[in-house]
Structure formats: C-alpha cells, structure tokens
Design a protein around this ligand. Structure first.
Ligand code: XMP
Length: 511
C-alpha cells in the first residue's frame, strides 16, 4: 500500500498548495474533503499522518466544517494549519477569538521552542505568512506554546507527547513562509516517518501494477487530443495492457498546422495502437453559418461525441473508457460540500452515453507531475512540454463563422508565432500562446497597392494553472519580427495586434 499523508480540506484556497509541498518532498499526499476521513482504516489506506487545512470560515460560523478531533488524536500525527489549528484548539477547550482586524502578510517568529521536533533546525526570526481573521487566545490544558510572533502569541502549539498533535496559525505551504517547507518536512519525515520514496518512477511502477490488476484482459478505449495529459495516460496504459488499449484521435479540422499528421506519427512512434479519424467535413458542415460562441462549442462537443462513439463501437468488447483527467480537474473547493468532480470538458458526457467504466490513471497528479511521468516514460520532449490547446481548437480563435479558408489563414499565422517562440527560446517561458482571427478588416498599403484585409491578435500568457493569467511581456524585437513575418507571408492579413488583457477579467481564449 502506498504510504501517504492525508490533507483534510476545509475549503482554503491554499489546500492544493499543501498537497504540492508534501509531494515536492517525494511523499505522496492526497487531499480529501474534511468529512470523508476513513476513521479506523488508516493502516489499510497507508495513511501515516494527517494535515488539517485552512478554511474561509470561522469556527463560530453556524455552518463551519467540523471534525471529531479527539477521534483523530493519538492514532497518527496531526498538524492543523490556520483554521485547522483553530479548530483543534477550540474543540479541545482552548479559546479562539475574532481578531480586531484580519492579520494578513509576513511576520517573524520571535519565540521558538527549540526542543519541539516541528521546529527542528528552524531559527528564531524565521519568516511566516499569516492570513487569518480569528486568533487563538488560549490553548487547551496540557498543550504548550511552541512559537510566537510579536503580535500572535500562539503562532504554533503542540499537544501532550502521546497525542501527537500540532497546530500552526500561519501558512507553511505559502511561498512567503520561508521556513515552511522545512517545517512540513519536519512533520512529514521526522514526525510521521515518511520514507520519501514517491517519484515519477515509483508512480509508474505502482500505477502500471494497479492498472494490470484492475483491467485484467479487458479492452480499453482512450480519446487522444494531442495534449500532454491524454498522451501520458495513453503511454501509461499501453505499458500496462499493450494492444488491448485502442486510442482514437479525432481531427475536427481545426487543429494547428500539420498537427494531425505529426501528432499521429508521434503516437505511432510510441507504439500506441491509434486510429486517426478525419471528420473535418462533418464539423465544417455543421458549423456553417454559426457565429455564436456557445453554439459553436456545443456543435463541436456534440459532433465529437458522435464521431468518437461511432469509432468506439467498432471496437468489440471494450469495457473501459480511459481519460487524461488530472488532479486540478478533480479537486474543486465545492467537493467539501459533497458536489464532486467536474467532468472533463472535452469528453464530458461520453461515459454515460457509452456505458463504459471510467479509468483515469492520472487523476491524482498535478500538471507538472504528469509531465515528469511523461519524461520518465521516455516520451519525446516536444509532446510533453506542449502548450495547452482548447478542445474546440482554432474554432474558438476564429471570431464569427468558422470556414476552412479562415482556418487555413489562422494556421499559417499561428505557425509563424509558435515557431518564432521556439526559435527565440521563448516557448517554454509562456504558459500558452496562439493567434486569434478577428472579424474586422482594415486598410493597409503594400507596395503601391491599397489593401483591405483581416486583422489578427497575438495572445501569449504566463500562468501556473490557467485559473489566472497575465499577458506575457515578450521582447519588442521578437514581436516586431513576428508581425512582419505574418503580414508578409500570410495572405489575407495586413494587421497584427497584441492582446494585453490579464485573466481575470479577460479569459485566455477569446470565445
Ligand atoms: P479560458 O479561456 O477559460 O481558458 O481562460 C482556460 C484554459 O482552458 C483552455 N480551454 C479549453 N481546454 N477544452 C479544453 O480542453 C475547452 O473547451 C477549452 N476552452 C478553454 C484554454 O486554452 C486555457 O488553457
């Protein structure tokens, strides 16, 4: 059984970060809703320690999330963070009060109990990040204060030795807590006894073994998109069940220039059993005359399901549908209220329609972990480090009606931009880039001739998760070169703009 640290999610925005920090220590961690803790099954689940996350709520809120702290204590080491610490103190007889003003920002520890294993190797003055409205004003009987800042006496506390319980008012998972990783390592390694053996190789080994057992001799179908997640999922499954995996790669006609053929070649080179389906005529026919963004997306989604379903039915005895769903697709803050898992937006609806069981081997990994697994599987770097690309493809980057002619123009412009980013060593510095074909024409002059042609917008953003994004500050020399190349080489375009909107309030895609 995979040893793990469980993080109970009470709804904080930084819960995911706690999970990441633990995994960065090569310790497997899992985030679960606060009310889904498997009491009594810790051993069989491989749990070696528990972290209680922060929360936007106060322990005094009528609907605040509660857990039976006493039932947790003494079985495994427990660390409460912010709300997790307040809840611990409150439930065990300490006092939590609303602070006169929310304490937010950096603070320095001016007292540390050097004998406490949680603070081993952490020096006085260490910087921590505070973000709390309530504050702990007294700790339960038998507990002791193990760290303070000038304004927060109980910045950290510990329970009696046999109870193995600690609490920190600050957020060790946040980058600005400079001693945070050290503290989490003290907890996970020294206190919980984690062996730090979780890495891409061990993930592959255990996942392949699990897949073999779960899938047996069954046949599996997987929809490939050309993106990192579905590609890594396919290679992993291929390693587990070989030819019993059939991949379907649908070309809706709105992929990037030459993408269908080159990605198909890559997949075949990886030894995947892949069927490429050119369904572009159907998609273009159904999109004819449609200008509304949502209608376009709906048509593409429905066509995709129809084409995929028809292909899948040709594969006899398929029992499973595999998807490249990853962790951020699964963890939603809503999950703590019981509404879980958003469906993968490219193939949402497929499993119910097809009556197949769902297999999601990457559902517990973050994007960069998926990439690390891909590398460990020996996949080519250009497949692994690809920018995200929307399921509906260039259709959402052509404002207005989508036609083959417009896709052709956009593919050329997009190719110049993306190749340029690669040539200038900028591709890996941005999260995602592309070109948008605008529904406007403007006057220009080429040689002695007046032109009246289309305008395109370049979009390049930096981001860590696509939830928020900033426009990439690309060098002027590069932009100038790309603009010249597009106007000189792409027939039908005489103007290039750069989109300098951040998300929010804009989104990354224009439609
Ligand atoms: P927005 O435009 O909402 O996009 O800021 C956030 C991220 O999601 C991608 N995106 C999609 N990906 N199917 C996908 O697989 C889609 O329908 C879709 N729409 C947007 C977008 O490219 C960005 O990375």
């Amino acid at each position: 059984m995979q040893e793990k640290i469980v993080i109970l999610d009470f709804g904080s925005q930084t819960t995911q970060l706690i999970g990441r920090r633990i995994r960065e220590l090569n310790i497997y961690s899992e985030i679960i809703p606060y009310n889904k803790y498997p009491f009594g099954k810790e051993k069989e689940e491989g749990i070696i320690g528990v972290i209680l996350s922060g929360s936007p709520l106060s322990v005094y809120d009528k609907d605040s999330f509660k857990i039976d702290i006493k039932a947790l204590m003494g079985t495994l080491p427990v660390l409460g963070i912010c709300y997790g610490a307040q809840l611990t103190a409150y439930e065990l007889g300490g006092c939590v009060e609303s602070a006169p003003s929310r304490e937010y920002g950096r603070a320095n520890l001016d007292f540390i109990d050097k004998s406490c294993p949680l603070f081993k190797g952490i020096d006085m003055g260490a910087q921590v990040w505070m973000s709390h409205g309530d504050t702990i004003t007294s700790i339960p009987d038998g507990f002791k204060c193990i760290a303070s800042t000038p304004s927060v006496k109980f910045a950290a506390f510990s329970g009696p030795e046999e109870d193995k319980i600690w609490g920190v008012q600050f957020h060790p998972e946040v980058f600005h807590s400079t001693c945070g990783t050290h503290l989490l390592r003290n907890f996970a390694v020294d206190i919980c006894g984690a062996s730090c053996s979780w890495n891409p190789e061990s993930f592959i080994e255990s996942t392949v073994a699990e897949l073999k057992e779960k899938l047996g001799q069954d046949r599996v179908i997987l929809g490939l998109s050309g993106g990192v997640d579905s590609s890594v999922a396919a290679v992993l499954l291929n390693k587990a069940i070989g030819d019993r995996l059939t991949c379907i790669f649908v070309d809706h006609g709105m992929l990037r220039k030459d993408e269908f053929s080159s990605v198909l070649r890559d997949y075949q080179g990886l030894g995947l059993n892949v069927i490429g389906v050119d369904a572009s005529d159907k998609f273009f026919a159904d999109l004819a005359g449609v200008t509304d963004p949502e209608k376009k997306r709906k048509i593409i989604g429905a066509d995709f399901i129809e084409v995929f379903d028809a292909e899948a039915h040709k594969i006899k005895d398929a029992k499973w549908l595999a998807q490249g769903t990853i962790y951020p697709d699964c963890i939603e803050s809503l999950s703590i209220t019981g509404t879980v898992i958003k469906s993968h937006h490219n193939v949402g609806g497929l499993p119910e329609k097809m009556n197949l069981k769902l297999c999601e081997p990457l559902r517990l990994l973050f994007k960069d972990e998926v990439r690390a697994v891909g590398r460990a599987l020996g996949m080519p770097e250009h497949l692994i480090s690809r920018h995200p690309f929307p399921g509906p493809g260039l259709a959402v980057r052509i404002l207005g009606e989508v036609t083959r002619e417009k896709v052709g123009i956009l593919q050329e412009a997009d190719h110049i931009f993306i190749q340029g980013l690669r040539d200038w060593g900028l591709y890996d510095k941005v999260w995602q880039a592309g070109v948008i074909l605008l529904p406007v024409q403007s006057v220009g002059v080429m040689g002695d001739e007046r032109t009246y042609e289309r305008a395109v917008a370049l979009r390049a953003v930096t981001s860590t998760d696509a939830m928020t994004a900033d426009w990439a500050h690309l060098p002027y020399d590069f932009m100038s070169r790309v603009s010249n190349d597009i106007i000189n080489k792409v027939r039908g375009v005489n103007r290039v703009c750069y989109d300098i909107s951040s998300k929010p309030p804009a989104t990354i895609e224009w439609e």
